[in-house]
Design a protein. Sequence first.
Length: 345
Amino acid sequence: MTSVRWPAEWEPHAATWLAWPHNPDTWPSRLARAQSQFAVFVRELSFREPVRVLVGDAAMQDAARSAIVAAGADADRVAFHAVPTDDAWLRDSGPVFVVRAGRRMLVDFPFDSWGGKYPPWDRDAAVPRALERETGLPRIETDFVLEGGAVDGDGSGTLLTTESCLLNENRGAGRTRQEMETRLAEWLGARRVLWLAAGIAGDDTDGHVDGVARFVAPGTVVAAVCDVADENRAPLAENLRRLRSNRDADGALLTVAELPMPPPVVIEGVRCPATYANFVFANGAVLVPTFGVVQDAEALGVFGELLPGRDVVGIPSGDLVLGLGALHCLSQQEPVQPLGIARPA
């Protein structure tokens, strides 16, 4: 593959794709509450760009539409697509939108439910083929298992990932770091891959990078930090150390902003991967998961300082995170036809 570019998430969106949450095993006893928070997420997206929501059937579409309208969304900007799913984590099951030779395309990475953890996943694995039909964009098949939440990029060839996920035997099948980097270059246009150590406690994906560190602008990364005695403290400190000594694909030292962690979120005995790093860009805004704790304001302030030209909107996610993910895990941005370079945030 030549001339491939993975647009940065802050570049203009044609739409954001989502899948309506419907699996009661994912949100035991809290599915309705999670759906309500999801509807608020849809509302805030709809004020800024079109939203595409996957639903399994007409009954699910009616229920989703009712909840989204009740939340106050711009209903004219929300479209539903009859695509059945096993779960709602479209960041990982869906395709990745890239640009090759000036044309948008879908990269279809095989989905195996995070190393075979939650069968069945055949419907989720079929989502990229369905989005080929729904978008009319060409789809490129690969044999490389990769979830969207496992990587983050700056739009100019610098990628972030974690060793705990990408080098895990349940993903890489014995591939070396160099082999992984070759694949990331081939399919996502990576010129430099920055390897962090691990993810956060409660993350059942083996440590996706979208829970710990993300690009927010060219050369600028936010990194989750933990200043209290907690199992996240050591791995996050190691991630921060690596970032501060690293450079992007053009050789420039990274600017690293520290992002606080909320206190541990434990629901019904389950440690949930609550993190502000699971934010989402929308046109003119950044949407940040919040958890009803004092650290919410501090985290929103970090984004406000880094992204003064954007609205910073907190999205209550205390019930969503029981599913072991939040806003970024649930969404996949569709970029507009780009101009060929990463735009400033």
